[in-house]
Design a binder for this molecule. Structure first.
Ligand code: DMJ
Length: 475
């Protein structure tokens, strides 16, 4: 009987043991699926690594260049663009901090901006750069954070820059003195004429004052009307006479964001005139600049009147076109271009500034940690969810880690063939390069590209957006 009892107890204990083992297995499977459902572990590791890279750059700025425009991480100092600082780095960094959820850094940047930023400065600024980085940064910060002081600063800046449009044609001058309003620089380019339309448009929308959009759009329409027979614009124009001083057409620096803003302006403001201007321009680019060659699919240079090919050059800046193609839903061209972008990136480990795509020789060897190649890759990943683009994004981030990282932060590359370092870190490292890298790996709730339009400095602008009396806002 005793033996019988023992064996019954043993059986019972055995059953409990089996139950416990099964329970353990189920809960650990559940825990694992919960992690997988949220975010796969590799993606989380990458998200944290990008944040760490951003923070390392920010630490360099804080330690060596606090309250200046930008940091020089090798000589351990900072510099300003003009006689005094306009806080370019903290303003450019803010929207990325917000998306990355870096609360402490957001608070310190915000404090610095509200304590020190003042546009009453007796010096000339390049209105285009200040519009995309500073006005764009402030307006985006306002939509992300809800603090009205961001908007007030943007309005003050916008009013000080308005004299740029006082030309006979309405096309803006390149330079303006922020205190006196004196303008100069009548020889300019389509990018510096049209690539502020998103910022001035958002300023009008948020301040409820139409003047900024109206003035800026007048300049954009004026340069569009002066397009060549091909439908393309040239590289340089005299805004007082309306004469082209350089008729080379391309999608590179000096023209790039002019086209980008026709499409993005249409998408953000529903302005049908912009849609029509975009479609005419895009068709001309497809006809005269797109170049199917044995080295890949590229966009070269041509004369704006004859359409004749003048140069077979493509560079780091031109890569933005991949993102524009995605927004225009032209995934056939976007995918073909992406192959070339990836090829150019892998030639030396990071892309050079410019190559001749007919012989794949380097034309300009430096790398400024520009974002455009990563931007194009991210858009394709976002819209297609094809894993090869995620892998390309990972590779681009790894290259920056490998070649641009130093003990005190990140620096640009003088020559990608030797990887010689260059003691500089542009503010777009914080606004754009790190943001696009992060977006490959960011948790879904951190950011939704479908709800906004990114300006050319990667600051998000929201189409629908509300703010309540407590400063809380939602998109
Ligand atoms: C940034 O200031 C902007 O992306 C601009 O449109 C082009 N140049 C830099 C980045 O390369």
């Amino acid at each position: 009987m005793l033996a019988n009892l023992k064996s019954k107890t043993m059986k019972h204990l055995f059953k409990i043991l089996i139950f416990l083992v099964l329970l353990k297995c189920t809960t650990s499977v559940q825990a694992k699926t919960q992690i997988d459902k949220k975010q796969d572990p590799e993606t989380t590791v990458y998200a944290n690594r990008v944040k760490a890279a951003f923070l390392k750059g920010w630490k360099a700025y804080k330690t060596y260049a606090w309250d200046m425009d930008a940091v020089n991480p090798i000589s351990l100092k900072g510099h300003n663009w003009y006689a005094e600082s306009l806080l370019m780095t903290p303003i450019d960094a803010f929207s990325t901090m917000h998306i990355m959820g870096l609360k402490k850094e957001e608070a310190e940047a915000k404090k610095l901006i509200f304590e020190r930023l003042n546009f009453d400065k007796n010096f000339e600024i390049q209105q285009f750069e200040i519009a995309i980085r500073i006005m764009g940064g402030l307006l985006s910060s306002y939509q992300l954070d809800g603090d009205k002081r961001f908007l007030n600063l943007a309005i003050d800046l916008g009013n000080r820059m308005l004299p740029i449009f006082n030309s006979p044609s309405g096309m803006p001058y390149r330079l303006v003195n922020l205190k006196t309003g004196k303008v100069s620089g009548n020889i300019t380019n389509p990018c510096e004429i049209g690539s502020m339309l998103l910022e001035y448009g958002m300023l009008s929308k948020l301040s409820k004052n139409p003047i900024y959009y109206e003035k800026c759009k007048k300049g954009v329409v004026a340069v569009y009307k002066l397009r060549g027979k091909t439908g393309l614009v040239g590289s340089q124009i005299n805004i007082e006479t309306g004469e082209w001083t350089n008729t080379q057409a391309h999608i590179s620096g000096g023209i790039d964001a002019y086209y980008e803003y026709l499409l993005k302006g249409w998408l953000l403001f529903d302005d049908p005139e912009l849609k029509q201007m975009w479609e005419t321009s895009r068709n001309a680019i497809n006809t005269y600049l797109a170049d199917e060659t044995k080295t890949g699919f590229w966009y070269g240079w041509a004369d704006m009147n004859s359409g004749e090919r003048t140069l077979t050059q493509f560079g780091a800046l031109d890569c933005f076109w991949g993102a524009v193609l995605c927004l225009d839903k032209d995934f056939v061209r976007a995918k073909k271009l992406q192959k070339s972008i990836d090829k150019m990136w892998r030639m030396y480990g990071v892309e050079p500034e410019c190559i001749n795509y007919s012989n794949m020789k380097v034309v300009a060897p430096y790398y400024m940690i520009r974002p455009e190649a990563i931007e194009a890759t991210y858009y394709l990943w976002h819209f297609t969810k094809d894993k090869q683009y995620y892998e390309m994004g990972k590779n681009m981030f790894e290259s920056i880690e490998q070649y641009c990282q130093i003990d005190n932060g990140y620096v640009q590359i003088q020559d990608v063939r030797t990887m010689e370092k260059w003691d500089a870190l542009e503010s777009f490292f914080f606004a754009e390069t790190m943001k696009y890298c992060y977006l490959f790996f960011a948790p879904k709730k951190a950011f939704d590209l479908d709800k906004c339009i990114l300006n050319t400095e990667a600051h998000p602008f929201f189409k629908t957006w509300k703010i309540n009396r407590k400063g809380k806002h939602h998109h």
